[in-house]
Write a protein that binds this ligand. Sequence first.
Ligand SMILES: [Zn+2]
Length: 217
Amino acid sequence: MTTTFIKNEQLNFINKQINLIKDSRKRNVPAHILSAVCDLAQAKILELFPNLTTEQQQLLDVSGLQTDADFEVYLERLSAFIIPFSAITGQQLKKLFPKNKKLKVPDIATMDLHHLTYLSWDDVRSSKKIIVYELEGKLVGIECNLTPSSKKNICSFCNTVGNVSYFSTVTKAKRSNNPDYYKSIGNLICTDSNECNKKITDVTYLEAFLKESLDIK
Ligand SMILES: [Zn+2]
């Protein structure tokens, strides 16, 4: 039986490290430098997983990789161990947004959930973008107002340059002495969430953003 242990963003991170090694090989850097690049990449990859079994360690071992085909096989093998996004029904998705009765949800059954760190779709009717993520073992969702932009900029989630839109959301934070108080937070985020999911390597910002929006301490 295959035990999945790699999250989408971790596979993206590994991919990035593999590209660094490939790049050094292509540039024909001196052997000692290439070996340092490989060692560093290996250390960073292993750092992602504090409790590896011996087999998992072997699976992640980059030391024997030389040709483009080797790298491809390596990544292909890892993809069998990826943890898919939570199996969730459309009904369960709707329950995350009890105030938005007309919310349209995507057809989960037809989606590939393997390469998703977060699930997102646009609710065209209300010009909103919906983000669903498993935060500390529990699925949470937020609705963001969407202001499209045609400019390229750095996405707050995946930290790479691409086509971004401005998203703002009203946080659930309340102040007892002022019931009218509300705080809105905005971000530039990839317009295409599939692209973002292919590039995100770290969920620190995404989680902090969701916690702040939902007022989770
Ligand atoms: Zn992004």
